[in-house]
Design a protein around this ligand. Structure first.
Ligand code: NDP
Ligand code: AKG
Ligand code: MG
Length: 744
């Protein structure tokens, strides 16, 4: 491909990253343009995905293409070069809010049918399901995951350690998980002998056959699992834990991933709310049903629904809810100032971010009085909860980690092609009646996997493709070879699914030259312990994990090592040959938007974007022979290093350098590095004037950027902001804008 047709796709997403993009994209375009690279926007925000799904409800001018589907197709092409920023994985509350905002702006997409009755409503619900929860990443992640802290970032953290609260050996903080009746306990797994089409069906005790999923096509060598969570066991577990927290005087806190596990975890969450507020639900349950209250979406949903009742009734319900709170254990808070508890909305307590924050805070979370307290962290599924208990044990024994000396734990994650639990939402069902849940071959009628289930149980099938595992093993070996670090595959032979994976790992390791490499397979708890023993000694260890631990560990270790997962380099080498460069490993930081709107300060750190862009440019250079792209990439890395050295990352405090100021410094250093390099005279000449102007006007520009802070900023919406307003707010320095325009 000729250099002048090079293309990098830059995603527009939501919340803080969306805002940051409005400042950064003009900068990216100005630099990439110098290498003949076109930077193309692709809007995959939750609002745009809603519009893309419902064109028939929109005027021609309002219609939006289904960009996510198009981008998904692009990931299957070898020349794909995509920069993917974090996006909202919308909980139902967020989806409903986004729909409301669109409708208020005259985009008359249908209302969300919360309790679909008619066929038409059911169809709408199904279509909205495509936008709900983790709907973007599974479509785009056509490759496995390579997340790590680049050396410059790790070194910066060592020199400028973030705060870590102390851990006491006497801390009573602990993790509580089920020991029976959960997904781990009853899992069954097999590797497909040949390609098969299967159905998922329930044969009820009363003799009915209910087809839950008519057809799933499976490939030869694919691993499938059948597992269920017993409702009875779950409910008994909650009763016991809530009681235990009360009796032992410890705060209660629930941690789930209701966004990614968009079918199972909202149900798991909802049962906890119903048990915690049992007396209120017993008293008002019928009314709640009539109102269509669904606490799987948190108490926010309940408080929203009761608004239609007379005030006196609302007060009575609120009193009864509070009475439960009075007699139960204290609840951990998401926002104690606003009285928002862990039960408010499941998207507030996303486990990968919430558990590391608690561990970093010395094993404490905020109580209703705004004080940090020890907690019982409840994570019903035992499959992965145990790793958190292990790290908590470790902290109690060794004290908090020291960012100055601790080693690093990069991750190679099995993620491609909707691997494992995270790809299971379209194969997850709440069982309507007692019976037998079967995965059955459509052609031969053979029952491949069978489970005895009861009404209310959550049953699911997970799959992982052979090619994905093969690619994952290759990536792990390559990363070990390139970094010199040992690799530990976190796989538990007692878990049927992972036992199948272990067989494949052992087979595919033989395809590679592993001489001199240290590659081991350990169950999760041992792997955690082993890794931590190395971490405290300053030694580095690659974790090669399945999809869920990829998610958990790539927030956990970065938050300990770097203070945030925003500073991670996150690469998805696409299996078809292209590359997707995710920015950071964290989310879209909703709190940051609030601060911008109230005080015009954006604390979002775009370091993840800088790191991603450098590898994207490098990849473009390698694949297309575009030498200028490679020079841009090297210069960008150098600029990022200088940015860290000079402490030009955004400050969380209003009035100080924020995202925009940090991006200005990156631009200055990038231009200076390009002007100073001697490999390409044309590039040097092009960027020298910019470097000069920015350096001469440094104080003026920073003053212009900081002067706007401290006052509210109107971005014209939350899910569907006004782009003109956002651009104006994110680019407030006329001097900087004018300078940039000279190279654009
Ligand atoms: N790849 C993706 O698309 C991902 C999307 N998400 C989505 O993001 C939303 C929010 O998720 P949540 O679990 O709250 O996680 P977030 O990572 O958004 O929030 C946790 C905290 O991480 C910190 N943080 C994350 N990124 C940055 C950054 N670039 N700069 C500075 N700080 C950062 C902030 O901490 P502090 O304020 O203390 O600095 C933030 O409050 C959800 O909709 C979720 O589904 C989540 C993960 C990945
Ligand atoms: O896709 C999502 O919902 C979140 C992704 C995530 O948390 C991650 O990949 O680390
Ligand atoms: Mg995550």
């Amino acid at each position: 491909m000729a250099a002048d047709t090079s293309k990098i796709i830059y995603t527009l997403t939501d919340e803080a990253p969306y805002l940051a993009t409005h400042s950064f994209l003009p900068i990216v375009r100005a630099f990439a343009g110098a290498a003949g690279i076109d930077v193309v926007e692709c809007d995959i925000s939750v609002a745009n995905r809603i519009l893309g799904e419902f064109p028939e409800f929109l005027t021609d001018a309002q219609k939006a293409p289904n960009t996510l589907a198009e981008l998904g197709k692009k990931t299957l092409q070898p020349d794909a070069n995509i920069i993917k920023l974090p996006n909202i994985s919308a909980s139902q509350n967020q989806l409903v809010a986004a729909i409301r905002e669109l409708r208020a702006k005259g985009y008359m997409v249908p209302e969300f049918p919360e309790n679909p009755q008619t066929e038409q409503e059911k169809e709408l619900r199904k279509r909205y399901g495509k936008v709900l929860g983790s709907a973007v990443n599974p479509v785009l992640r056509e490759g496995n995951s390579d997340r790590r802290a680049p050396n410059a970032v790790k070194e910066y953290a060592r020199r400028n350690p973030h705060s870590m609260a102390e851990w006491s050996p006497a801390s009573r903080t602990h993790v509580s998980h089920m020991t029976t009746g959960d997904f781990y306990h009853g899992e069954k797994s097999l590797t497909l002998d040949k390609a098969r089409d299967v159905k998922m069906e329930l044969i009820t005790k009363s003799g009915k056959t209910i087809v839950l999923k008519p057809k799933t096509s499976l490939l030869a060598g694919e691993i499938i699992d059948s597992m269920f969570m017993s409702k009875k066991a779950l409910v008994a577990f909650y009763e016991q834990q809530i009681e235990d927290a009360k009796n032992t005087g410890i705060m209660f806190s629930l941690h789930v991933k209701a966004t990614m596990m968009k079918v199972s975890h909202p149900i798991v969450f909802g049962h906890c709310v119903k048990i915690f507020y049992k007396e209120a639900f017993e008293k008002h349950g019928k009314l709640f049903d009539e109102l269509g209250v669904n606490v799987n979406n948190g108490l926010a949903n309940l408080y929203d629904k009761i608004k239609s009742l007379p005030e006196s009734k609302q007060d009575e319900i609120k009193r009864d809810m509070h009475a439960c709170q009075e007699t139960r254990a204290e609840l951990a808070m998401v926002d104690s100032a606003k009285g928002i508890t862990n039960f408010h909305s499941p998207n507030d307590i996303i486990v990968d971010a919430s558990m590391p924050a608690m561990i970093r805070q010395g094993g404490k979370m905020y109580g209703a009085d705004g004080r940090l307290k020890e907690v019982k962290a409840v994570m019903p599924e035992s499959t992965f909860a145990r790793i958190y208990q292990e790290i908590i044990n470790f902290c109690k024994w060794h004290g908090a980690f020291d960012p100055k000396t601790m080693g690093t734990v990069p991750n190679v994650g099995l993620m491609a092609q909707q691997a494992e639990e995270y790809g299971s939402h379209d194969k997850t069902f709440e069982i309507q009646e007692d019976g037998v849940a079967n995965i059955t071959d459509l052609t031969t009628g053979e029952v491949l996997l069978s489970q005895d289930v009861e009404q209310g149980d959550i049953w699911r099938m997970c799959q992982v493709k052979d090619a994905a595992i093969r690619d994952w093993v290759k990536l792990a070996v390559t990363r070990s070879r390139n970094s010199g670090m040992p690799v530990v595959f976190w796989l538990d032979p007692y878990r049927p699914h992972e036992n199948e994976v272990i067989k494949k790992v052992n087979t595919y390791l033989k395809d590679h030259d592993t001489k001199g490499l240290d590659i081991q397979i350990m169950s999760q708890v041992r792997a955690m312990r082993y890794t931590l023993e190395r971490v405290v000694r300053g030694m580095d260890t690659i974790s090669a994990t399945g999809n869920i631990l990829r998610d958990y560990l790539t927030d956990l270790f970065p938050i300990m090592e770097l203070g945030t997962s925003a500073k991670m380099l996150s690469i998805v080498p696409l299996m078809a040959g292209g590359g997707m460069y995710e920015t950071g490993a964290g989310g879209s930081a909703p709190k940051h938007v609030q601060q911008l709107v109230e005080e015009n300060h954006l604390r979002w750190d775009s370091l993840g974007e800088f790191l991603a862009l450098a590898v994207s440019l490098e990849d473009e250079g390698d694949k297309t022979g575009n030498k200028k792209a490679k020079i841009l990439a090297t210069a960008l890395d150098a600029a990022t290093g200088k940015l860290l050295q000079n402490n030009k990352s955004p400050s969380p405090k209003t009035g100080q350098l924020d995202n925009r100021g940090s991006q200005f410094y990156l631009t200055l250093y990038w231009a200076q590095t390009l002007a100073a390099q001697t490999e390409d005279a044309e590039l040097a000449k092009r960027f020298a004037p910019l470097a000069k102007t920015l350096a001469e006007n440094e104080k003026k520009i920073v003053d212009e950027l900081n002067a706007v802070q401290g006052k509210p900023a109107d971005i014209g919406g939350y899910y569907f902001p006004d782009r003109k307003k956002v651009s104006a707010i994110m680019r407030p320095s006329a001097t900087f804008n004018a300078a940039l325009a000279t190279v654009a």
